[in-house]
Design a protein around this ligand. Structure first.
Ligand SMILES: *Cc1c(COP(=O)(O)O)cnc(C)c1O
Length: 224
């Protein structure tokens, strides 16, 4: 399937999800290009996609260099603190702010305010990155000292399971936490966005109010 057809199908599914949902927030689709070539990423650009996600430094820099200027680049993986210096000024949105040491390094190295999502480990699985749900307030409070960090929203990854109710519950808890932080009216943490949903669960995420879905396999595919 070409990217354009995949995108049409995804947009139709998003549309259907919103018809049955209580919210009418249209999520922005980020094409996760970590499994595919530069050519495939360019095909996504030509299909009209302007938001791209990569989880590794090399892939991120290769796509950033190859895509036109107006591509909005999302870093969605764990960023090593020692790599921050090299890449921070190329990142439009960082989806995985998950520790103080990273925040400190970004603050020191960035030449502008960086849009960040705090990654939250809602499900509490030991294997997952992210701030536990019950420590998010404290973490965001701590970030107020870093003038180059702006918390645009929260991000999570749902557990790998067939249990839709469980996935939905994870997304709902993230939305409620987003609402709670947003209501604090913090200048440095407007916290309006929700980055949640991937190939297998973007429809549930859409129903639960995602503002960004991150789709790899079902949009651009996966090349081994
Ligand atoms: C790989 C990845 C995705 C996309 O995964 P697919 O299942 O291929 O859609 C989304 N978010 C993050 C953080 C990822 O690492």
């Amino acid at each position: 399937m070409n990217v354009k057809q995949n995108l049409e199908e995804i947009n139709q599914n998003i549309h259907k999800s919103l018809e049955s949902a209580e919210n009418d927030t249209q999520p922005c689709v980020i094409a996760v290009t970590k499994y595919v070539t530069i050519e495939r990423a360019k095909e996504a650009y030509d299909a009209g996609i302007r938001n791209f996600g990569e989880n590794r430094l090399e892939g991120f820099q290769a796509k950033r260099a190859a895509l036109p200027e107006d591509a909005v680049m999302h870093f969605i993986g764990t960023l090593q603190s020692r790599k921050v210096k090299e890449v921070i000024d190329q990142i439009d949105y960082l989806h995985a702010l998950d520790r103080k040491s990273l925040a400190k390094e970004i603050n020191k190295r960035a030449s502008h305010v960086v849009n960040c999502f705090v990654q939250v480990n809602v499900s509490g699985e030991a294997s997952k990155h992210g701030i536990p749900l019950n420590e998010v307030n404290e973490f965001i409070d701590m970030l107020s000292q870093y003038e180059n960090i702006r918390i645009v929203g929260l991000m999570t990854m749902a557990p790998l399971t067939e249990d839709e109710a469980l996935i939905r519950d994870v997304f709902k808890q993230l939305r409620e936490k987003r609402n709670e932080i947003h209501k604090l009216n913090l200048d440095y943490a407007p916290c309006t966005e929700l980055s949640m949903g991937m190939s297998n669960d973007y429809e549930i995420a859409t129903e639960e109010g995602a503002t960004y879905v991150r789709i790899g396999t079902k949009l651009v595919g996966k090349e081994e």
